[in-house]
Design a protein around this ligand. Structure first.
Ligand code: GDP
Ligand code: MG
Length: 735
């Protein structure tokens, strides 16, 4: 039969693994109306045929059997090229129901490519005889594509299949590529690559940007060559990103990105098929080691219990191992302060170095050992694959609160286990497809205890709850989750109301972490923390020091203090220096009090002091004094600044060398602080406006309106909580 090209209404491609039944289905559909030839230049057979549905002539192309869409073989290349160049109206993906997991590996890639898909679940007869039952409805809902069970050899279900395919062909949907998570390291790179690709419209006429990005990670020869050909500069840029990543994953995990890609795709499938999609009436033949561990580790009740125990142990480990080095670091900076104090003449420079730099940055750097232990613990959880299980278990809870399972990773990245950062967390929300669920996630991830909040938590917990550090840390972590989830629920029932969307979570296999990988991961993050302390935090510390120092007290007041001190010093010098009388120490005490009084007044007189004071009438509802207010204002820029500013503010009111002490001592001694204030302050700090960089990021990912909303909403919300805690705590007499 001869067919004119423009008689054809739609072209349908059949794609699937070898032996899935493509040819059988093809013959069923087209009967004798076939044409067999070769794809130009290669020996791969090209088979096309025709059939009529209603009044329309449909062309069907039997693609060569492939296991993937990466150009590892000529067959794969042909199949992929056909899809992107000819853009068939529908792709019927034939899947062997008896080997569902292996077969779906290709389906996931077709979805990543974004091709309009209908899945033909073939060999239902074989599956049934092996005791395998598949919940096609549920699977179809999760994958977002029609799934039709068929027996190609008998022709069962093929009519329904064609109906479904034609329906898609008549209303061709846009190519909407599926995004799956390839783990922390790779996702970051994919986001970066995708951005470059989209910006330069690099190969975007053929492939979705993200698909190209993943293919670069998979080192797909054809796409690499095509890229070099199209735009050598961009291609080189992309390749260097991949090279860096490959060097990194090779160093830390001893594998290259392409392996991680495959692992995660399988992990994705494994968990996709987990939630009761496949039921075996006969016992499954074998369980993999990972699956056996997961039987316990992700058990309905046992799993969460283990998870909580792991978390608690992590904090126990962090605090007990780091307490000594943290104390040493504290002493080191006190000693440094004393050295500078002795070596330099009084003046603004000395004040800048002691109060601005040493007390400010020192306060942040002092927590480096703690941060290091914490990061080590997290690297251990992450590299072993356990963190993915945590995400998997949290998914069940997340759904209750109107969030999506894909929200879990952004939460963890932002510091759900403590010590992350909301910036990559905000970016990680890109894996969420539903805009409302994404917004709700975006707005609540900053509630997690990021690395910058850890020193604040450690400082206040160490100062006021020294005997229960791990427990308090654990409690505040849980609180962050609870508050974030409740806030999300609130948003999802008010500003962001809408239906939930289905979710599948990737479960990569468990791996033994390598010592090298752990050390590198730990060091990378610790170094980032140190670098931030040495740059951004240093700059803000100096700025805040200036705000806390200028303007100076008026001349007459300075003169008054000078005279007072001079007269006491004179009296002191008249006393017999050998026999230390009561009078002697009384005078020394008076001198110290005057010193303190002067610097406290000077701080009060400064710009920052005035702002802090101005806010005191409101902040006192939550128990915050004006010095705390200054620190909290600094926290709008970066949360670490809270520790450094508290350090500066409290050292300025306390410059006497004899009184030199660590900040935590100063706070416990201060009349404005007590355990209730500490808890109220912690709650406020955990939940008020995200730091500046995060706000910018939220704005970029959504809009400035939402960014402003997040600042306002979080601050009001956090303050209300802090006031409630403070008032209740004081009323109950815990102060
Ligand atoms: P292709 O490699 O994808 O083209 O697969 P084929 O169409 O050549 O089929 C491979 C084998 O599976 C053949 O022996 C078919 O007879 C058999 N087969 C195809 N569909 C079915 C089915 O629905 N049930 C059973 N039991 N066998 C099938
Ligand atoms: Mg065949």
């Amino acid at each position: 039969m001869s067919v004119q090209r423009n008689d054809i209404s739609h072209t349908i491609a059949l794609a699937g693994n070898p032996n899935a039944g493509k040819t059988t289905l093809f013959n069923q559909l087209t009967g004798a109306r076939q044409h067999v030839g070769n794809y130009p230049g290669i020996t791969v057979e090209r088979k096309s045929g025709y059939l009529r549905v209603d009044d329309e002539l449909i062309a069907v192309v039997d693609l060569p059997g492939t296991y993937s869409l990466t150009a590892y073989s000529a067959e794969e290349l042909v199949a992929r090229d056909f899809l992107v160049n000819e853009r068939p109206a529908v792709v019927i993906n034939i899947v062997d129901a008896a080997n569902l997991e292996r077969n779906l590996y290709l389906s996931v890639q077709l979805l990543e490519l974004g091709a309009p898909l209908v899945i033909a679940l073939n060999m239902i007869d074989v599956a049934t005889s092996r005791g395998i039952k598949i919940d096609t409805e549920k699977l179809s809902e999760i994958l977002g594509v029609p799934i039709i069970p068929i027996v190609a050899r008998a022709g069962t279900g093929t009519d329904i299949l064609m109906q479904a395919a034609i329906k898609v062909a008549r209303n061709p949907p846009e190519w909407k590529p599926l995004t799956i998570s390839y783990g922390d390291d790779l996702d970051g790179a994919i986001i970066e690559l995708t951005r470059v690709i989209e910006e330069h419209e690099f190969l975007t006429d053929r492939y979705p940007a993200q698909f190209t990005a993943v293919k670069y990670l998979e080192q797909d020869e054809q796409i690499l060559a095509l890229g070099r050909d199209k735009n050598p500069d961009i291609a080189r840029m992309l390749e260097s990103v991949v090279e860096n990543l490959a060097a990194h994953t090779h160093k830390t995990l001893d594998v290259y990105p392409e392996v991680i890609v495959a692992d995660h795709r399988y992990g994705y499938l494994k968990s996709l098929l987990r939630g009761g999609i496949i039921t075996h009436t006969a016992a499954p033949d074998r369980l993999y080691a990972s699956d056996r561990i997961d039987k316990i580790a992700t058990h309905r009740i046992g799993g969460p219990a283990i998870m909580l125990a792991v978390l608690y142990f992590l904090y126990q480990f962090t605090f007990s191992w780091s307490s000594m080095p943290v104390a040493w670091m504290g002493e080191l900076f006190v000693w440094l302060g004393e050295m500078v104090d002795g070596a330099m003449a009084d003046g603004p420079l000395k004040s800048l170095i002691i109060s601005g730099v040493i007390d400010g940055v020192g306060g942040v750097l002092g927590f480096v050992p703690l941060i290091m232990f914490m990061f080590f613990g997290i690297a251990l959880l992450e590299d072993s694959g356990y963190l993915a299980r945590v995400a998997y278990m949290m998914d069940r809870i997340f759904r209750i609160f109107g969030l999506h399972g894909s929200s879990v990773m952004p939460f963890i990245v932002s510091g759900g286990i403590a010590g992350g950062c909301a910036v990559p967390g905000v970016m990680a929300t890109r894996t969420l497809r539903s805009p409302k669920e994404r917004m709700a996630t975006l707005l609540t991830v900053p509630f997690m205890n990021c690395g910058a909040k850890i020193p604040v938590l450690a400082l206040l917990i160490g100062a006021f709850f020294a005997n229960h550090q791990a427990l308090m840390m654990f409690g505040f972590t849980m609180l962050a989750w609870v508050v974030a989830l409740v806030a999300a629920k609130f948003l999802r029932t008010t500003f962001l109301r809408g239906e939930p969307t289905p979710f599948v979570m990737e479960l990569p296999p468990y791996r033994f972490p390598t010592t090298r990988g752990l050390l590198i991961h730990t060091w990378e993050r610790t170094w980032q923390y140190i670098k931030k302390a040495g740059t951004v935090i240093l700059a803000i510390s100096i700025l805040l020091w200036a705000l806390m120092t200028y303007p100076h007290l008026p001349e007459e007041q300075q003169r008054y203090f000078a005279q007072q001190k001079a007269s006491i010093s004179q009296e002191l010098s008249l006393l017999d220096p050998i026999s230390k009388t009561d009078n002697h120490s009384l005078l020394a005490e008076e001198l110290r009090r005057l010193d303190q009084e002067q610097s406290a007044q000077a701080l009060r007189y400064s710009v920052a002091g005035r702002i802090g004071h101005g806010l005191e009438s409101i902040s006192s509802w939550a128990g915050f004094d004006w010095r705390t207010n200054i620190a909290l204002l600094g926290g709008f820029v970066a949360k670490e600044v809270i520790v450094s500013t508290l350090g500066t503010a409290y050292s300025m009111g306390d410059t006497n060398p004899e009184a030199a002490a660590s900040l935590s001592h100063r706070l416990t001694r201060s009349p404005s602080w007590n355990p209730v204030v500490a808890v109220a302050a912690l709650i406020f700090i955990m939940f008020y406006a995200p730091c500046f960089v995060t706000v910018v990021c939220i704005a970029r990912e959504s809009s400035w309106r939402w960014a402003a909303f997040s600042m306002g909403f979080n601050t009001i919300f956090a303050f209300a909580l802090a006031v409630a805690v403070y008032q209740l705590g004081m009323a109950l007499g815990f102060g």
